[in-house]
Design a protein around this ligand. Sequence first.
Ligand code: HPA
Length: 267
Amino acid sequence: MQTEQTKYIRQITDFKPEIAIILGSGLGELAEKVKNKISIAYKNIPNMPISTAPSHKGELILGELAGKKVAVMQGRVHLYEGYTPQEILIPIRMLKDLGAEKIILTNAVGAINKNFNVGELMMITDHISCFIDSCLIGRNDDNYGVRFPDMSNVYDADLQNIIEKTAKDNNIKLNKGVFVQLKGPQFETPAEIRMLEKLGADAVGMSTVIDAIAAKHCKMKVCAVSLISNMACGISERPLSSDEVCEAAEKAAPIFEKLITEITRNM
Ligand code: HPA
């Protein structure tokens, strides 16, 4: 399969990534570690949604990380930018078309679970998607996947085992939990966080679940690691700001980069 985005990239390179990595808010620095790289600006890719969010650079980087062929998306697009779920699906299908069979999703999140701390990492074990529209609404493209995809194991069990073992081997504290995506752009209210806690969510953010559904639908093996950039509203006493999110992400970048690099090596 070739979307128009893939066709454009194929005019530049025949590079076939094994693993796709999507970098979230404040986590873009990992892209600097990619060797022998080809960088392609999103703005040059036809009909590619372009990130306007803070610290989302907007480049696709193809190259090698930890001995694996990777496609790294430095920056993603969000519902709060005005993009539809179907537009958010475009880069995921492009990565699939390029050849990536596995995908590592990353993001910055607010912790709802009071046992978590700012600066720690959380592996997503499951998600709650019912506050956002599905990226699969509309005519189904059977070339990618079925009309009614199963979501009982969105986050691949083997990849979760690799992430847990890798964190342990590298002495990195790894929380595990259920993630909920809301639309944003406003942060949640304390009442909303209490509701989300009752629903079983451990962390909240404004991305990633759509990407996970799109990737699972087209049979990619999915895993996701979140950086806890703040305690969610009402748990944290301070008002939230995107500066706080980006600062915390940048501060925790070394452990995050270490974990993602080593996961990539072990995948
Ligand atoms: N809420 C929603 N999205 C977020 C948060 C949060 O607390 N932190 C980082 N992204």
